[in-house]
Design a protein around this ligand. Structure first.
Ligand code: ATP
Ligand code: LTN
Length: 331
């Protein structure tokens, strides 16, 4: 069975963009692929984090994976720091990665601009750790949002380079970027992607938001000039709302357009808020119902399965490069 690997950072709160662009697809793909879903806490610390909050968010994100429908009976859920091979392979790949290619990464440029005083070497190295995550599992497909495309290209490049220089060791992965929902935009600024690191939280609907917050955020959502409710690139705000509506209800766009024909933006926003609240209710109940022991068991199982596969790949990579130590007895 072919493999998929993906992950999200346990920073801030998971939002509709994360769900519609990524997590939702993990849930469907898990039935066709052997799946690994990681909580990437080592990526999180590339930006300063409060230790207590990071620990809480790590477990909360594991609960969110389960509550959206990742089935631990068929998929492996684990925490990145539980599998030391991720950091180890990062060192190896660091020695193949070029400064110039990392300097070109738009996510690095954006994030380092936001905190120009204090850019860590880890933030610069973020794509190498991500490549390690993916390559350790001989991943076929990586389901992510549109913003991760460039990191996937880098992963493919570095895998190809390693294979060329040291022999076939890593599978070269393909991105899986959905046709609809790969880039959900901020409700307060439809030219920017919905982001948990956005200073303006009103543009971002969190999966754990209560009904009041959801209603408020949709009510304040920016709209386009004009009055027509149509899916069309010249109307980015309405198109974004219609995309969310389409994905949450499963209704085709033409049907949604005709339902709102002749109605105002306010009605669309109110209706979308209702749809979202109804969608979030059972999910939030699920999150609350996941006990600590149950979660521990799942994460322990995930850790063991992940270590086994990651260990084999890492050993192959070391051997290919001539890295030998005391445990190697044959001369
Ligand atoms: P943020 O900018 O909100 O901090 P992130 O990309 O740093 O987001 P992660 O939690 O690591 O956050 O992302 C998990 C997944 O969500 C990734 O696959 C990413 O591509 C996807 N994603 C993030 N934002 C959006 C969005 N606005 N629309 C669609 N997919 C998104
Ligand atoms: N950089 C990703 C999170 C991430 C990831 C991965 C996604 C870390 N490692 C491996 C897919 C595969 C992001 O969404 N910010």
């Amino acid at each position: 069975m072919k493999r998929i690997f993906s992950g999200a950072q346990p920073t801030g709160n998971i939002h509709l963009g994360n769900y519609l662009g990524a997590l939702r697809n993990w849930v469907t793909l898990q039935h066709e692929y052997e799946s690994f879903f990681c909580i990437v806490n080592l990526h999180a610390i590339t930006i300063p984090q409060d230790p207590k909050v990071l620990a809480e968010k790590t477990r909360e994100l594991a609960r969110i994976y389960l509550a959206v429908g990742i089935d631990p009976e068929i998929s492996t859920i684990f925490v990145q720091s539980d599998v030391p091979q991720h950091a180890e392979l990062t060192w190896i790949l660091n020695c193949l990665a070029r400064m110039s290619e990392l300097e070109r990464m738009t996510q690095f440029k954006d994030k380092s601009r936001k905190q120009s005083e204090n850019v860590s070497a880890g933030l610069f190295d973020y794509p190498v750790l991500m490549a390690s995550d993916i390559l350790l599992y001989q991943t076929e497909l990586v389901p992510v949002g549109d913003d991760q495309k460039q990191h996937l290209e880098f992963t493919r490049d570095i895998a190809t380079r390693f294979n060329r220089d040291f022999g076939d060791t890593f599978r070269v992965p393909e991105p899986y970027i959905p046709k609809v929902g790969a880039r959900i935009m901020s409700l307060s600024d439809p030219t920017k992607k919905m982001s948990k690191s956005d200073d303006d939280a009103t543009g971002c609907v969190m999966l754990l938001d209560d009904p009041d917050a959801v209603n408020r955020k949709f009510k304040r959502a920016v709209t386009d000039s004009g009055t027509e409710i149509k899916f069309d690139n010249s109307r980015p705000a309405i198109t974004n709302l219609l995309t969310i509506y389409q994905l949450l209800t499963g209704q085709p766009i033409v049907e949604i357009e005709s339902r709102f024909a002749g109605r105002g933006y306010a009605q669309l926003k109110q209706n979308l808020a209702d749809v979202t609240v109804e969608f979030l209710r059972p999910f939030q109940d699920q999150v609350k119902g996941i006990g600590a022991e149950h979660l521990n068991r799942i994460l322990r199982q995930g850790r063991e399965k992940a270590r086994q596969i990651a260990g084999t790949t890492l050993a192959n990579a070391y051997a290919a490069m001539g890295i030998v130590g005391a445990s190697t007895t044959d001369e």
